[in-house]
Design a protein around this ligand. Structure first.
Ligand SMILES: [Zn+2]
Length: 96
């Protein structure tokens, strides 16, 4: 299962995320060789073989929190998912 969904985390504005579960196919990041890499046409990625943590570090590592928040909102407005969350985490957050 995988789908694009608007989610809310804490006090941040809602963002688009790719929701995955244990059955979603993935590969392992070729940069850190540890994290899972998911692929979806609407998941914003510069390097399809890298995990989002490595992408954030490499492409947005020197952004301030404010710049990152603006970037995230802009990409969400454009219809891009900018993070991956597991189904369990979404349900956990919804119940908060
Ligand atoms: Zn990685």
């Amino acid at each position: 299962m995988q789908m694009i969904k608007m989610i809310k985390i804490g006090n941040l504005p809602p963002i688009l995320a790719l929701i995955v579960d244990k059955d979603t196919p993935y590969s392992i990041c070729e940069n850190c060789c540890a994290k899972k890499v998911y692929a979806h046409p609407r998941l914003l990625k510069a390097d399809k073989d890298w995990c989002l943590d490595c992408e954030d570090q490499h492409y947005r590592g020197d952004m301030t929190d404010k710049e990152l928040a603006l970037w995230t909102k802009q990409k969400t407005d454009e219809g891009w998912a900018v993070m991956v969350v597991t189904q369990e985490n979404v349900q956990g957050r919804d119940s908060l």
